[in-house]
Design a protein around this ligand. Structure first.
Ligand code: CA
Length: 274
């Protein structure tokens, strides 16, 4: 039971001599005990997750223009036409330079650690998240760079594009999913939209399944697109209380073709405007 649940329970158990001053408590006073019990349980289920749709962006090697407000973004939930306005996580990014080493970088490390290199190439994980969001790697333990998609550099609108890296699990059994990342919260949070950037398992290093869970709530998307197309799968996360945990899992279908690395590019978050 979270802190928020206890606060709710205390509210409805205030002394009856205060009921005449509070219309809500007066209403509760007329409910039978079983109904009141159900109300309390419903209030204690924690954050909710819901899959709300996907958006395809440019094919491999074209620039993913996620930061330029001049390009329409139909799934942007805060209306500023920039993805990741609230925060972002991009794995093992590299400068867009003609360096052969960029074509085949792979390293076993916590993908959330900022730096990695491979004898000349530099692969930096970019993290800009609100202080109340706590990211933790679960089964993800590898980062890769392999001529993946280009994207706007979120650190500066004047900077040249960067090459995205990927992170996840190497040699994941087909038909299996792996929990890769969790997000917990140090305080009650306003609703936000979480975008998972990935490509389908019809391409090397892609995935078929993107699943989000928080307490008793879960939602799943099936990856689509081909030809290295970068897709974003959006989930709304609502009713967030302190200490809630949202978990991301990715996986391959049993019939997935090709090699078995299960990877994703990163995540973006935007407030949900109501
Ligand atoms: Ca936005």
């Amino acid at each position: 039971m979270t802190t928020g649940c206890w606060n709710y329970a205390e509210t409805i158990h205030q002394p009856k001599n205060n009921m005449s001053m509070n219309p809500y408590l007066k209403l509760v006073g007329h409910l039978r005990i079983p109904a009141l019990t159900i109300l309390m349980a419903a209030a204690c289920m924690g954050a909710k997750v819901e899959y709300v749709g996907s958006e395809g962006v440019e094919a491999e090697r074209k620039i993913f223009s996620w930061r330029n407000p001049a390009d329409p973004k139909e799934m942007d939930s805060d209306g500023d036409n920039i993805y990741g306005s609230l925060g972002y996580l991009l794995f093992a990014t590299a400068a867009d330079e003609p360096d052969a080493k960029l074509q085949s970088y792979s390293e076993t490390r916590d993908p959330l650690s900022s730096d990695g290199n491979s004898g000349g190439g530099s692969f930096t994980t970019l993290i800009a998240m609100p202080p109340s969001f706590i990211l933790k790697s679960l089964q993800q333990n590898r980062v890769f760079a392999y001529n993946y998609a280009k994207a706007d550099d979120p650190q500066s609108s004047d900077a040249p594009p960067i090459i995205l890296g990927m992170a996840g699990v190497a040699n994941l059994a087909k038909g299996a999913t792996a929990e890769v990342l969790s997000i917990s919260f140090t305080e009650d949070r306003a609703d936000f939209r979480l975008g998972i950037m990935a490509r389908s398992a019809s391409d090397a290093d892609g995935i078929d399944v993107i699943a989000l869970a928080a307490g008793d709530s879960s939602a799943e998307a099936t990856a689509s697109g081909a030809g290295g197309k970068l897709m974003i799968y959006f989930f709304d996360v609502t009713e967030i209380k302190k200490d809630d945990v949202v978990t991301l899992a990715i996986g391959k279908d049993a019939s997935a073709a090709g090699q078995s690395n299960a990877l994703y590019y990163g995540i973006i978050i935007d407030e949900v405007s109501r």
